[in-house]
Design a protein around this ligand. Structure first.
Ligand code: MG
Length: 251
């Protein structure tokens, strides 16, 4: 069942998403060699709380932190730790916010210092695939248009599109219907997009094969072949004419 949000709910979700902007503005300045992901987590938690919000991931299913920090070959759900990041690393920072009971979800993969050209290309293509996915979101379109748009951008580069995890509805809770595969063709339902839907669109793209594994911590998803992985995500409202990106990476 896909919840359509009324204008009051849309406004609340918009505000939840806007709090993210302050969070990313702060953490983007920290992305230097020597920072550890636990430092990032502390700043994320403090910034969300000082804006009146609640970190949506903290305690969700037992997750121990406010941000999922996924480094290099980690795809999603990485747990912050004290290991310092080094020049050339990449780190996905996936952040869920609850504000006044309304949820938003967003991720950006950051570079630590100078990164290799092929790493930069992976980040750029993944971000571009998210942009292409948002562009096809409009009333009358369908959920599978999103995975198709991602696939059309990513496939020419030979990257692997993660198929084990997908995007989702968001707003009244963290994970709502519909499921949004990032690849095409895909199985499953293909509901029509309607004004009032809020979708967390989140391509996860591996430099190598699309297969993933979960580490023994029960959370961290890594690429099976050890290749790098990038993840970009926005929460997007379907409007009468198209789509509005609600979340922001803070400039
Ligand atoms: Mg998400």
């Amino acid at each position: 069942m896909i919840a359509l949000k009324n204008s009051m709910q849309q406004d609340r979700i918009r505000r939840s998403a806007a709090l993210r902007s302050a969070v990313y503005s702060r953490i983007r300045t920290l992305m230097e060699p020597g920072i550890c992901t636990l430092d990032i987590d502390r700043v994320v938690e403090e910034t969300i709380k000082s804006g009146g919000g609640v970190p949506a991931f903290l305690g969700y299913g037992g997750f121990p932190a406010s941000v999922c920090t996924s480094v290099n070959d980690q795809v999603i759900h990485g747990i912050p730790n004290e290991h310092p990041l080094t020049e050339g690393d990449i780190v996905g920072c996936d952040i869920g916010v609850i504000l006044d009971g309304y949820y938003s979800d967003c991720c950006k993969t950051f570079a630590i210092g100078e990164i290799a050209a092929d790493t930069r290309k992976l980040l750029d293509v993944t971000e571009k695939s998210l942009g292409a996915a948002v562009k096809v979101c409009r009333p009358g379109g369908r959920v599978k248009d999103i995975g198709k748009a991602v696939t059309e951008v990513v496939e020419p580069y030979g990257y692997g599109i993660v198929y084990s995890y997908c995007g989702h509805g968001v707003g009244l809770s963290l994970h709502e219907d519909p499921q949004i595969p990032n690849y095409y063709p895909s199985r499953g339902l293909n509901p029509r997009l309607k004004p009032g839907m809020v979708l967390a669109i989140e391509p996860m793209i591996n430099a190598g094969k699309p297969d993933v594994e979960v580490l023994n911590d029960g959370w961290t998803v890594i690429t099976a072949d050890g290749s790098l992985s990038a993840h970009f995500e926005h929460s997007v409202l379907i409007t009468e004419n198209g789509a509005e990106i609600l979340t922001s990476w803070g400039g």
